[in-house]
Ligand binder design. Structure first.
Ligand SMILES: Cc1cc2nc3c(=O)[nH]c(=O)nc-3n(C[C@H](O)[C@H](O)[C@H](O)COP(=O)(O)OP(=O)(O)OC[C@H]3O[C@@H](n4cnc5c(N)ncnc54)[C@H](O)[C@@H]3O)c2cc1C
Ligand code: FES
Ligand code: FES
Length: 1267
């Protein structure tokens, strides 16, 4: 056979040599089958946006199974015999939605919705493969999917509702929302019943024959081998690559496929398992299959009971979709080819004395140790299997994997320890100590293993000898994107100590040490939301899911790149400057790029017909021209310098990397990456801009203590799941531009000026944006200009979707801040004077200075008369930093709250009391709110419990912290809304200038419209925002978009009501009759209104909030677990409570990521961002959220200044998340005191990563003891 056959959404497809090995299932789904419900972002298995469900069989059993895969990594040619399903197939607006989609939508687990189809298909595959899951199993199963909007709680609730042990609380939530017809579950998923059980079982390609296939294409041959003979004969045809699951590219990107590609995933000899003396696991077993086998065997066979420990560890390897097709052989070869790879499998197998079988030909096998395997030339060889030995009951295995987050991450350090004791004794006759993540060549701590023979490991004396020996042996090497060598070394020691703590007999261990033996595990999460709703004003204030939630969950929702395939379309990619800032570009060498078939054009700054800027100064807020394409001097490593155009996105991205930039000058100076770099540099004068100097209006004179310090915050990548995207299409008389932007006007004006064409010839269209968090306010205009330039010059539609690496390297992020402060306080902590000098890193340009916002929020809720502030912007050699959810406010609140904590510490007072004595008293509800939340969260009782816990646990510490916040909402700009009523049925359409990006703007606007007109919500629809209908509008951001557009809509509705009033007065009409009559009388049934900040119609106000957070730290690793969060926010009278709850949760969780996980590392020599992938940059996942998350709205709250009494919710809660650094510091402090360190203020570096927490402990070997 010369092609493969598979089914996609029930339709048979054939793929032959017209495609290529680099053509993924995702590309096929989206661009060939033109099914846009499956999304794509990272293309490396890290985000889950692309997940689809597969039903297929494989040898040796040929049992048909359902499983999820990351379609972005699966080669199209690997899909032979597969039945692939996408979100839009299992349910959609035409045929009705699937229960999973309904529940996800109903519980508001879909905000921007870009991640939703991936979640749906993960859950679908899971449920189809096992409908009898528990809540714990369900929550554990989603390491594969990221969501930046929701904060996960609502997603977890929706999916846990399918569990056999789902709690009444979750069921009740479903019942509550089932009031809304469209969310009602038609087919109730009864416990244990598969949704498809009675259907014709998917009509799959029945047990596709396992036949060899050879696909020949331009420059390649793809062999689908079914036996070893096929493999070796294909190998004989020259340079080759074996492919099993092809997930290895998620770790190490494949640069080029050789001529011959041999798919071994169906080779019979490589599938299945055997048990002779050993357990023999064949190499093409998927990691999922392997886990099933070892779990079963661990229960059935005592000699293999140790495999349960292996299973637990494997549960932390990658995530389910990767494990579903990623194989044992593939994992081990990744380790073989890249010794630095922290393969968990390798560590586990090596520790238990596993062996590996290598084939050089059919029947030519050699069995060797894994260490020998690492040294073996694997050319023309195949891994056949791995052998796991039986272990007697005197052998105990302990393994650990320490990651920067809870799941889906490479290990920072992983370790496996096998203790082999003499019979019925505690004396070791053999010890195996294996580590990963130390250095490429370090595997065993050989000397220590030897030293332990004949010893009882459970004594202080042996422990000391062992740790000292390990300390001598373990010398980690610097790895660019990995934590420091000091951390990894001490962590390795600490893990051994952990193993001893967990295994030590009771009589040999002080009980307070025992809990140090386990790793921290987040319990199954739960969440409660407390808010009132007033039925008398419904649909306003009614808790409803987002209007678009269902189409988002089926993938039908329209984003910029959802436009179906267009005739003659081309794809563009940026060529990025790849050297030190300050270098000068003189030319480009495109020879290699144009050798790739399909590359069609190349453009530089010289090709721009108009102005080379995407930040034109005639658009508000823009102060400096930033270039679309670098015209000479490189401003930062990663700056877009040119555009390459090709007939495939893949080709454009590949070709972009092959363009050689020629620099006439290469700047050899080290780039200035941080604020510190700038302050210390000779350039500091020109790079530091003083934005504000605020003087105190009075000073106190009772200074008892002087408190000084420095506080730094870092940057943060927005991590929208929808990449920066633009599809530009030439139309009659101009361009139609589908842009993932928060700002119609900026994109519109920038494109017009760049192309030198009238603004009115360009229609920028935004239906919705798949997450933005500020990152698509201004930066999106650069992408829009570039795509439009290509469309303009080529007269063809052009798609430009930034790859994750390009996105992370070229787009600015949250602004890092550095502050130096000094405060004089009296005995109670009342500030007598406070000086704060702070600097914010704007990147290379002065656009988007956030200093005023920072200053404002630095004031927080306090009396600031005695405060002096010196506020500065600093220019560094990085991309121009940009607004990121709660910009300025996050930094301002964090700075002052850090100062309050430090004052409290220095004077020995309760931190909340210090805050209270410094607070403004008038019109400040915070003191009552603090009292309320303390009561609701049982703060005092829990304080006592924590104290007790800490006394009894040397290596686990807990802390609880409270924090208040006043968030100022201010208004700027203008937003229009056009409300049109249709005479035929009285239905209403709204078009407005805001952007729906997940915050629920359209839903709120529709609620306001329905409420104002007095009609059912179902009568109202909201249509895309376009620059033709909404010219000159301000960006949607700063939490005010929903309110301003709601206001404009309300006013437009009132205009209509005024026009309808005379008719209404004539008699009693239904709405439909009224409108019909008005039409008859030729009344204008369309009205528009422009909200304008200058009109002062909606006045600034403050959002007040308090949170209380409890954290537990594993002192021996630096990992943490947020045990509980209580958050009370004054949201006014919420326009839409469910949406506001999820906004608050999402914002808070994004903040947790910022303060604890998300770490951007730059190369100090070149200025290049090193952590530019999902592998190295880790936003929170589903198991990183608080175990218990309770959100409360203030009762009976009104906001006389806001729109219909409401308040904005998109950003404020993010500012509260810095509470976690104070809780962590407290917990670490308790542990340090026990270790004998002096009681001193600890300034743990931000983000408070596992490394920074651990290093703050200053562990010493002598601290690690048993008694
Ligand atoms: C998002 C993500 C997270 C991950 N997290 C972890 C983690 O936490 N811990 C961890 O250890 N790993 C992790 N991995 C790695 C994962 O385990 C591997 O990608 C997977 O096991 C590779 O198997 P594969 O079949 O897909 O290999 P492929 O990608 O198909 O192949 C990888 C290499 O192995 C070769 N190969 C495959 N099988 C054989 C064989 N039988 N004989 C000889 N050569 C062979 C191929 O030629 C290729 O060079 C992660 C991967 C991803 C994508
Ligand atoms: S796009 Fe496939 S996992 Fe991110
Ligand atoms: S809803 Fe999940 S990323 Fe937006």
């Amino acid at each position: 056979m010369d092609h493969i056959v598979f089914k996609l959404n029930g339709i048979e497809h054939k793929a032959d040599g017209r495609y290529s090995p680099d053509f993924t299932l995702n590309e096929y789904i989206r661009t060939v089958a033109d099914i846009r419900d499956t999304k794509v972002m990272c293309k490396e298995g890290g985000c889950g946006a692309c997940i689809v469900s597969v039903r297929a069989s494989s040898p040796p059993t040929h049992e048909i199974k359902t499983f999820a895969v990351n379609s972005c990594m699966v080669s199209l040619f690997s899909c032979h015999g597969w039945d692939v399903r996408t979100a839009g197939y299992i349910g959609n607006s035409l045929m009705g939605y699937h229960d999973i989609q309904k529940r996800l939508a109903a519980l508001n687990g879909s905000q921007c919705g870009f991640c939703s189809p991936g979640w749906v298909m993960s859950m679908y595959s899971l449920y189809e493969s096992n409908p009898k899951l528990t809540v714990a199993e369900i929550e554990n199963a989603f390491a594969s999917n990221l969501c930046r909007c929701t904060g996960y709680r609502s997603i977890a609730d929706a999916f846990k509702s399918f569990a056999i042990d789902a709690g009444d609380d979750i069921k009740q939530k479903l019942i509550d929302v089932e009031d809304f017809g469209s969310f009602k579950c038609d087919k109730k998923c009864k416990e244990g019943q598969k949704e498809d059980e009675n259907e014709s079982m998917w009509c799959i390609i029945e047990r596709a024959e396992n036949i060899p296939i050879v696909i020949t294409g331009d420059g390649f041959k793809w062999y689908r081998a079914i036996n070893l003979n096929d493999v070796f004969s294909a190998m004989g045809n020259g340079e080759y690559k074996l492919v099993a699951g092809n997930t290895g590219q998620g770790v190490f990107r494949i640069k080029e496929y050789p001529h011959n590609i041999i798919d071994i995933s169906n080779v019979t000899e490589l599938k299945g398992f055997d048990i002779d003396v050993n357990l023999i696991l064949r190499a093409a077993l998927s990691l999922t299959e392997m886990m099933l086998i070892i779990l079963k065997l661990s229960k059935e066979n005592e000699d293999f009971s140790y495999l349960k420990e292996l299973w637990d560890h494997m549960d932390l390897v990658a995530h389910i979709p990767v494990r579903n097709i990623g194989t044992i052989g593939g994992n081990l070869i990744l380790k073989h080819a890249n010794n630095e790879f922290q393969s968990d499998l390798f560590v586990l197998l090596e520790a238990v004395g596993g062996m590996i079988t290598i084939a050089e030909g059919v029947g030519r096998y050699s069995i060797m140790s894994l260490m020998d395997f690492l040294k073996t030339d694997m050319n023309n060889k195949v891994i056949m299997n791995v052998l796991l030995p039986p272990l007697s009951k005197y052998c105990i295995l302990k393994t650990y994997k320490i990651m920067p987050c809870s799941q889906n991450s490479r290990a920072i350090v992983n370790a496996a320890f096998l203790f082999k004791f003499h019979h019925s004794s505690q004396i070791l006759y053999k010890m195996s100590i294996v580590y990963g993540g130390i250095s490429p060549h370090f595997v065993h701590a050989v000397k220590t293993e030897m030293a332990l023979i004949g010893k009882d490991p459970f004594t202080n004396e042996t422990l000391k000898i062992t740790l000292t020996s390990l300390s001598e042996e373990i010398n980690p090497e610097v790895m660019e994107t990995e934590p420091s060598v000091d951390y990894r070394k001490m962590l390795a020691l600490s893990l051994f100590y952990k193993a001893i703590l967990s295994l030590s007999p009771d009589d040999k261990i002080n009980p307070i040490y025992r809990s140090g033996g386990d790793v921290i595990k987040r319990e199954v999460s739960k969440g409660n939301q407390y808010y009132d709703t007033d039925p008398s004003i419904w649909p306003l204030n009614k808790a409803i899911p987002k209007l678009e939630a269902l189409v988002q969950c089926s993938g039908e929702a329209i984003y910029a790149n959802a436009l179906p395939k267009l005739i003659n379309e081309v794809f563009a990619a940026f060529v990025l400057a790849d050297t030190t800032p300050g270098s000068i570009i003189s030319d480009f060498d495109t020879t290699e790029a144009f050798k790739i078939q399909g590359v069609v054009a190349f453009y530089t700054a010289k090709d721009i017909p108009g102005k080379n800027t995407f930040t034109p100064s005639n658009v508000p807020l823009m102060t400096a021209d930033e270039e679309i394409l670098c015209s000479g001097k490189v401003l930062f490593n990663g700056q877009p310098a040119a555009i390459i155009v090709a007939n495939r996105e893949f080709t454009a991205n590949k070709a972009a990397k092959l363009v050689k930039i020629i620099y006439s000058v290469v700047n050899n100076n080290k780039p200035l990456i941080t604020i510190d770099d700038v302050l210390k540099s000779p350039d500091s004068k020109s790079r530091v801009i003083n934005n504000d100097s605020i003087k105190p209006s009075n000073l106190g004179n009772d200074v008892k203590h002087v408190v000084k310090g420095e506080f730094k915050t870092s940057d943060q990548f927005h991590y929208y799941i929808e990449p920066q995207t633009c599809v530009a299409k030439p139309i009659e008389g101009g361009l139609e531009v589908h842009s993932a932007t928060q700002w119609l006007d900026l994109a519109n004006v920038a494109i017009a000026q760049c192309l030198n064409i009238p603004v009115n010839s360009i229609n920028v269209i935004v239906r919705k944006v798949g997450g933005s968090y500020g990152g698509k306010i201004t930066r999106s205009a650069q992408i829009a200009c570039a795509a439009s330039l290509v469309a303009h010059l080529q007269r063809k539609p052009c798609r430009l979707v930034l790859s994750l690496e390009t996105n992370m390297r070229s787009i600015g992020k949250r602004l890092p801040t550095l502050c130096n402060f000094e405060a004089g306080v009296d005995g109670k902590g009342v500030i007598q004077y406070l000086k704060n000098t702070f600097y914010q890193d704007n990147g290379h340009s002065i656009n988007e200075v956030i200093v005023p916002l920072t200053v404002n929020h630095f004031f927080n809720c306090y009396d600031t008369q005695r405060w002096e502030i010196d506020a500065n912007t600093v220019l560094t050699d990085k991309p121009s930093n940009t607004w990121c959810r709660a910009p300025g406010s996050t930094e301002g609140v964090a700075m002052i709250e850090n100062i309050m904590e430090k004052i409290a510490y220095e004077i020995g007072q309760d931190p909340m009391q210090v805050r209270i004595v410094n607070m403004i008293r008038e019109d400040n509800p915070l003191i009552d709110m603090i009292d309320q939340l303390k009561k609701d969260s049982e703060y005092d009782a829990r304080m006592n419990e924590i104290e007790e816990f800490n006394k009894n646990n040397r290596w686990r510490k807990r802390a609880i912290k409270a924090m208040p916040m006043k968030y100022d909402v201010g208004y700027f700009g203008n937003y229009n809304s056009i409300v049109s009523i249709y005479h035929a049925d009285g239905s209403v359409v709204i078009m407005h200038g805001g952007i729906e990006m997940g915050q629920g703007l359209n839903t709120k606007v529709a609620q306001v419209c329905a409420y104002t007109l007095g009609i059912p919500l179902e009568k109202v629809s909201v249509q895309p925002s376009t620059s033709f209908t909404s010219p000159n509008t301000m960006t949607t951001g700063a939490s005010i978009g929903s309110e301003c557009v709601s206001y404009a809509t309300k006013k437009a509705c009132e205009i209509l009501l005024d026009r309808l009033a005379p008719i209404k007065a004539k008699g009693s009409y239904t709405w439909e009759e009224l409108i019909a009559e008005a039409f008859h009388e030729e009344i204008d049934l369309q009205a528009s209104y422009m909200y304008s900040a200058m009109k002062n119609e909606v006045k600034p106000y403050a959002v007040y909030a308090v949170c209380i957070l409890e954290v537990e730290i594993d002192i021996l690793t630096g990992n943490h677990n947020v045990k509980r969060l209580d958050l009370l926010e004054d949201v006014g009278r919420s326009l839409s409570p469910m949406i506001d709850v999820t906004q608050i949760e999402g914002a808070f969780v994004m903040g947790l990521g910022y303060w604890t996980q998300e770490n951007l590392i730059y190369d100090p020599l070149s200025g290049r961002l090193l952590t530019d992938r999902t592998w190295s940059y880790k936003p929170p996942g589903i198991k990183d959220i608080p175990a218990d998350m309770r959100i409360y709205f203030c009762k009976n709250s009104k906001n006389e200044f806001g729109v219909l009494q409401s308040k904005g919710t998109g950003e404020p809660a993010l500012c509260l998340a810095s509470v976690i650094i104070h809780a962590i510091r407290d917990a670490v402090r308790f542990a340090r005191l026990e270790a004998g360190h002096p009681d001193e203020w600890l300034q743990i570096e931000n983000p408070c990563t596992v490394e920074n927490i651990f290093m703050a402990m200053e562990h010493k070997i002598e601290h690690f003891k048993l008694m």
